[in-house]
Design a protein around this ligand. Sequence first.
Ligand code: MN
Length: 742
Amino acid sequence: MAYDLDIEQENKEIVRQYRHLLRSAKPILKQGDTRIIKQAFHTALEAHKEMRRKSGEPYIFHPIAVAQICVEEIGLGTTSIVAALLHDVVEDTDTTLEDIERSFGKKVARIIDGLTKISGGFEFGTSQQAENFRKIVFTLSEDVRVILVKLADRLHNMRTMESMPRHKQLKISSETIYMYAPLAHRLGLYSIKTELEDLYLRYTDPETYKEIEEKIRQSEPERKRFIRNFIKPIQEQLKDRYFEFTIKGRTKSIYSIWNKMKKQEVPFEQVYDLFAIRIIINSSPENEKSLSWQVYSIVTDYYMPNPDRLRDWISTPKANGYESLHTTVMGEEGRWVEVQIRTNRMDDIAEKGYAAHWKYKDHKPEDKDAGVGESGLDAWIERVRDLLHHNKQEPTSAEEFVDEFRSNFYDEEIFVFTPKGEMRVLPQGATAIDFAFDIHTQIGLHCLGAKVNHQLVPVTHKLKNGDQVEIITSNKQAPKEAWANKVVTSKARRRIREYLNEGRRHVVAKGQELVERKFQQMDLKWSSATAKKLVVHFGLRDREELLFDIGKGVIPLKSLEVMQSQDFNQQIEDIQANLPNSDELKTQVKELNKSALMIGDNDEVDYSLATCCNPIPGDDVFGYVTLDGGVKVHRTTCPNATEMLSNHGYRVVKAHWREHIRDAFLTTVRLVGTDRKGLVLDIAKVMTEELDINIRGMKVDTKNDLIEDYLTFHVTDTEHLQTVMNALRNISEVISVERSEP
Ligand code: MN
C-alpha cells in the first residue's frame, strides 16, 4: 500500500514539475509549441519509465529539471526545451535517433546527436577526456544549443551529486572546473559559471567551503550596514533626477573568495573586495550609454574614484558580450568599493549570456539554424571554426588540441588598435608577433620590430589593453626559433612552426648530404653508430641536431676528421663514463633529505622532491598527493603548478621547510658566456677553490661565439645558491647565470 501511495505522489510531482516548466516557458511559446513540448515530455516519460536516479527518484525528474534550467536560467526556446527533455533518451533507452528525427524533426535530432556523442564522462588527463572535449568543441561550432543544453545538464548533475560515491563526485567536479565552468564563462553565462565553481569547491573541499560560507554569513550584518550607508546619498540623487533603478550589494562567490585567499595568501578577513555594488537602471536603447555615465558622475560626486580601476565595457563590450561600467571608489573607513553600473538589458545579458541577447534582437534564435548571434561571440565562434578547420587539415593529438583551445579561447582578451584605429581582439599575453600574424601571415613572417604607442619595441613585446601597434617589416626578416615560445595565438604558433620545420628539414637534408660526401672522402662508413658517437662528441641532443648543425655550418666539416684519430673511440667512452646520467641525478634528488620538510602539520609523512622543478630550502613549495598515495613536493613556480593547483586542488597539501637544515640539495644552473680560452677552467676554479663546491655534473656546449654551460652541484638553500650564482656572474666574460632544470 505504502508503495502505491509513493507512486501516486511521485506521479503528482512529475505533473507538477512539468506544468511549472510550461508556465515558465509560456512567454516565449508560439502557436503549436505546447503540443510539441507535450509530445517530447510523453516520449521521455515513456522511455525512462523504469529508470531511477542514484537518489532513488524517478529518472524523468532529471530531463524536466534540465529543460527548466534551459528556460529559466539560460533563456532558451522550444527547440532546446524539446532537446533537453529528450537528451538522455537515445543514450539510455531503446529509442533511436531516427525515431527522434521522425517525430521531432532534423534540428532536434541533430542536437540530441551532439549531446549523445559527448555524453561519455571523461577523466582528467586521459586522452579520452581530450577526445570528448574535441567533440564538444566541434558541436559547439555547429550549433551552440548543444553546449547550452549540455551546460544545463551538467549544472543539474552537479546540483544533485549528493548521493554519488565520493570518487565520482571528485571526477565530475574536476572536469567541471577544467572545462565546463570556463565554457560557461566564455559564453557569458555568468550565474551558471559561478554556481558550477561554487559546487566544485563544495564537493572537492567541503570544509573550506563551509568555513567561507559561515564567515560570509557572520559578516553579513556589518556588510549590510556598510552598504546601506554607502548607497544612501546615491539613491537620493538618482531619485531626485527621476531615474528608474535598483541597487544591489552583491557578495563575491565563495569560489572566487577562495581563489583570492589562495592567490594573495591572505585569510578571509583580509579579502577586501568581498562585495560589489551594482546599480541597474532602466533605459531606452538609445540612452544607455549617456545614462550610465550620468550615474557614474553621481557616484563619483560622493566618492573618490581610483582612476586605475575604471573599466568601460559599454563602449567596448567584452568578447563574451559582457557590457557594464565598473569603477572602484573610496568608501567610508578607507575601504575601496567596486561599483558596477549597467542597464536592465546589460544585466540580463551578464547573467544569462548568449541566449539573452536574443530577447533584444529582431530575430529569434529558433529561427536561425545555428543560433549564432552577437558580434563578439560571432567572432569567437568564427575563431573556433578556424581552429577546427586547421585541425582537420593538420591533425594534432587530442591533448594538444585541448591545450591549444584552452590557451586560445578561455583566456581574457585584450583590445589593441592598428595605426588606423581598427580594433583587434587578442588573448591576454599576446605579443607584437601575435598581432602581426593576426593582421596577415606575410606581415607576421617578416616582422622585424614594432612601434607600440609610437615607441619602438622588440617583436616579442607583450601587448596591453588599448595599445596602438604598428608593425615594421623587412623582406629579409624570417621567423626565429625563439618566436614559437613568445606567441599565444594558435595562428601565429602554427605559422611559425610550419616555417621553422620547413627550413629545418632543408638544413637537415643538406647536412645529411654533406656528411655522406665527407665520409666517402675520409673512406669511412656513415652509420647510426658513428652518428651516435659524433652526437656524444659534440655534446648534442640527437642525430637530427648533428645534421642540422652540419647543414648550417655550425659544425665545420673539417671537424668530422676527428673520427680518423686513433683514440677517438676511447675519448667517446671516457665522455660517456663521466656523463652524469639523468636517472642517477633523479635518485640522488629523491634520496636526499627525507626530513627537511613538514607536510601539512604532520611530521611523519613520506614525501619526495619533484624532479621537474627540484625544490631547495627557501623555495616556496607545496605538496601534491600522487595517485599511489605518496606526496611529491613542487615549487609553486613549477611549470606544472598551475595545472595541479587549479585542477586538482583537493590533492594539494601544505608543505614548508624546517629551519636549520644542514643537508645539501642538488640544483642546476645554466651559465652563458663568451667563448674564450680558459673560461671553463675558471668556472671550475671558482666553484671548487673559492666556494668549496663539488661539481656533480657539467655539460658544455659551444655555438658560434657563445658557450653554454649546465652546472649541477649541491647547495643548502636558496641563499647559498644566490652566493654561488653571484660568484659565477663575477667571472669575466660570463653573460648570464640562471637557475635551470637538470
Ligand atoms: Mn543528463
